[in-house]
Design a protein around this ligand. Structure first.
Ligand code: AMP
Ligand code: ZN
Length: 148
């Protein structure tokens, strides 16, 4: 089979994917939680100590191709880890994040959730909100609703 078929591309992505390597035990990670569907480990460059990632063990690129059943299995684990991170780090709050595509800051193309402990004095600020012109919000809502 040629190296250019769709199938072999997927295989080579999984082979080189850094998170798949962690799943296979080929590179180390500070593991937090594991079950048959998912793996959680500390982010190597935390926004604050305790910043944790949760990934499906199977390779999916991002939210768009993550099957609903897998997402449904991950959701309660996000909550479980968020509570453990909060208690374990004495965080004042928790941000949950997921970057999808490079424009949104995704660097590792294996779907993952960030569970980030926040502290009242940690100096991070969320982005400033823009404002809508008259009628723009309704048009925007309509455009989105058409795609549901
Ligand atoms: P994203 O920008 O959403 O793709 O985030 C990828 C995250 O993976 C970054 O926060 C990295 O610090 C983290 N990361 C990359 N390589 C590793 C690794 N080997 N172990 C743990 N975290 C990693
Ligand atoms: Zn992967």
């Amino acid at each position: 089979m040629s190296g250019h078929t769709k199938n072999s591309k997927v295989i080579s992505n999984k082979t080189s994917c850094i998170f798949c390597k962690i799943v296979r035990g080929e590179i180390p990670a500070d593991k937090i939680y594991e079950d048959e569907n998912c793996l959680s480990f500390l982010d190597i460059t935390p926004i604050n100590p305790g910043h944790t990632l949760l990934i499906p063990k199977k390779h999916y690129e991002n939210l768009y191709d993550l099957p609903d059943e897998t997402l449904a299995k991950l959701a309660p684990v996000i909550k479980k880890i968020a509570i453990a991170v909060k208690k374990g780090t004495h965080a004042d709050g928790i941000n949950i994040g997921m970057n999808n595509e490079s424009a949104a800051g995704q660097i590792v193309t294996h779907a993952h959730f960030h569970i980030m402990p926040r502290f009242a004095d940690d100096g991070y600020h969320l982005w400033h909100g823009k404002s809508y012109s008259k009628g723009e919000s309704q048009k925007t809502a309509d455009k989105i609703k058409k795609n549901l």
